[in-house]
Design a binder for this molecule. Structure first.
Ligand SMILES: [Fe+2]
Length: 446
C-alpha cells in the first residue's frame, strides 16, 4: 500500500483512457434525462508519495452520456497539460500562457459548461482548459483574451442574469478578485479587493445584491514550501476569519467585512438575503485546515453551519445546522443566490473517507440519508431538475459511486423526493472513477 493515503485505494489514479459504448443498466434511467454527467479529479502521473498533495496532479475527466433512457457511453480523458503531453509523447497544448500559470497548465478541480463550451478549471493561477464533446483537450482558454489572470474552480452561475461569478486568487496576490464572466463567455467585470495576507480562496457565493468573499486563515506560508511540501498553504489562526460583502457592481472600497470564528470553508452551499436584508449563507465548516497534514484535508470532521450577516454589524452570527461530517454541498442551482429549502451533501469522515449522501430540509431542520452499504462510497451528489419548471427538489440525484467490493464505479440515479429509497437506475462503468472533486450535469444542446 502506498505510504501516501491520497495515492491509495480509490484516491489513486487510473491508467487508461477508455471509450465504451452501451453501458449496462440496472433499473430504468428517467427518459427526460438527456446529457452528460461529467466528473473530474487529479490523476497524477508519476507522483512522489512523500509530498503528493491530493489537490495536485494532472486532471482527468470522466463522462457518461445519457439519452432516451439509455447510457450511451462512458469515456475518460486526461486534461492535457505540459506534464501529461511530455509523459505520453503527445503534441503540446495550444493556447495562451500567463505569468501566473502554475505547474504547466494543470486543470483538475471542476468541469463546467458555459457559453456553449466545456472547461476544466482550477484555482490559484492556471487558465481554464477547453474540452470538446469527446473530452479531448482543445486549448487553454483566456475567454477570448478577456481573462488577464487565473480563474477559479468554483464559479457560480446566476440563473437570473446568466452571469458566472468567481473569486480568483493567486499565491502572488494580496487581493481577491471578483470576476464576472458574461453569458457570452467573456469577462465583463474584474475588481480586486485587498486583503492583509495571501489566503487560499476555494469558493464563493453571491446574493441578489452582494458578491461574498471568504478571507479565512489558510495562508501562503513560505516555510511550508521550504520544508518540501507541494501545496504551501498553512493554518494561521492569528490571521482571523472574515466574510466580505461586495456590492455586485461596487468597488473594493465598498466591501463590508464581518468576523466569524477562525475556520476554513472549501464550499458554501448557497446564500441569499432574508426579508431584513441580512445575508444568510450555509457553509461546510472545518474548524481548521492544513495544520498538521500538509498533503490533504485531514484535520478532523466538518459540519454544516449557517452564517447570518447583518451588513451593519461587524460580527456574523453562527449556527450549527448539522454536526454530521460532510462535504461537497450541492443544491437546486436554479435557486442560486435566492432563498432555498433543500441541500445535498456527501458524508465524509475523519480520514477523508466517503460513504452515503444526505439531504437537508433547511426549513424543517431535518436530514435524510441515502446509504447503499459499507462498500459503496458516494462522490458529490448532483441535482438535476425533472423539468425546467419543476419545483425545488423535484428532480434527480445523480452521483458517481465507488464500489469497493468490485473495485469499479457506477452511477446511481434516484428521485430527490424519495431520498432514502432504492435507486431508480444504476449504470455500470467499465472501471473505477477516482474520488476526485467535482462534476456537473450538462444537458444536451446546452
Ligand atoms: Fe471544491
Amino acid at each position: 500500500m502506498s505510504e501516501n493515503p491520497f495515492l491509495a485505494g480509490n484516491f489513486g489514479p487510473v491508467d487508461d483512457e477508455l471509450t465504451v459504448d452501451s453501458l449496462s443498466v440496472t433499473g430504468e434511467i428517467p427518459k427526460e434525462l438527456a446529457g452528460h454527467l461529467l466528473r473530474i479529479g487529479p490523476n497524477p502521473i508519476d507522483p512522489d508519495p512523500k509530498n503528493h498533495h491530493w489537490f495536485l496532479g494532472s486532471g482527468m475527466v470522466h463522462d457518461v452520456h445519457i439519452r432516451d433512457g439509455k447510457a450511451l457511453s462512458y469515456r475518460n480523458r486526461y486534461v492535457r497539460d505540459d506534464h501529461v503531453v511530455a509523459a505520453k509523447g503527445w503534441p503540446p497544448v495550444e493556447g495562451p500562457v500567463h505569468e501566473m500559470d502554475l505547474g504547466g497548465g494543470v486543470a483538475n478541480t471542476n468541469v463546467i459548461s458555459h457559453a456553449g463550451k466545456t472547461f476544466a478549471i482550477v484555482e490559484a493561477g492556471n487558465l481554464p482548459v477547453e474540452l470538446d464533446d469527446q473530452l479531448d483537450t482543445v486549448r487553454r482558454s483566456d475567454f477570448d483574451g478577456t481573462l488577464t489572470g487565473g480563474f477559479s474552480a468554483h464559479p457560480h452561475l446566476d440563473p437570473q442574469t446568466g452571469e458566472l461569478h468567481a473569486a480568483v486568487y493567486s499565491p502572488a496576490w494580496e487581493h481577491i478578485r471578483h470576476l464576472v464572466v458574461g453569458a457570452d463567455g467573456r469577462v465583463q467585470r474584474s475588481v480586486d479587493v485587498p486583503v492583509p495576507g495571501r489566503p487560499m480562496v476555494h469558493d464563493c457565493m453571491f446574493t441578489q445584491n452582494y458578491f461574498i468573499l471568504l478571507d479565512l486563515p489558510v495562508i501562503l506560508d513560505v516555510g511550508v514550501a521550504e520544508a518540501g511540501f507541494s501545496l504551501p498553504y498553512k493554518w494561521t489562526p492569528d490571521y482571523g476569519a472574515r466574510i466580505g460583502l461586495l456590492p455586485r457592481n461596487g468597488e473594493a472600497d465598498e466591501v463590508t467585512w464581518h468576523e466569524v470564528e477562525p475556520c476554513f470553508i472549501f464550499h458554501p452551499m448557497n446564500a441569499y438575503e432574508d426579508d431584513r436584508g441580512h445575508v444568510v449563507m450555509d457553509v461546510v465548516r472545518h474548524s481548521k485546515m492544513f495544520d498538521h497534514d500538509m498533503n490533504g484535508p485531514s484535520e478532523g470532521t466538518s459540519s454544516l453551519d449557517r452564517w447570518v450577516i447583518d451588513p451593519t454589524k461587524s460580527q456574523a452570527s453562527e449556527h450549527r445546522i448539522d454536526d454530521c461530517s460532510q462535504e461537497f454541498p450541492r443544491f437546486d442551482e436554479r435557486r442560486a443566490g435566492q432563498s432555498y429549502r433543500f441541500g445535498y451533501t456527501a458524508n465524509i469522515g475523519y480520514d477523508t473517507s466517503l460513504g452515503g449522501i444526505k439531504k437537508h430540509d433547511l426549513e424543517k431542520g431535518t436530514g435524510e440519508v441515502h446509504n447503499e452499504g459499507d462498500e459503496r462510497f458516494f462522490l458529490e451528489p448532483v441535482f438535476v431538475p425533472a423539468s425546467p419548471d419543476a419545483a425545488e427538489d423535484d428532480g434527480w440525484i445523480m452521483a458517481y459511486v465507488y464500489d469497493r467490493s468490485t473495485n469499479k464505479s457506477d452511477i446511481t440515479i434516484f428521485h430527490a423526493q424519495d431520498f432514502s429509497g432504492a435507486p431508480q437506475a444504476t449504470i455500470q462503468l467499465p472501471q473505477r472513477v477516482p474520488f476526485g472533486f467535482h462534476g456537473n450535469w450538462v444537458p444536451e444542446n446546452h
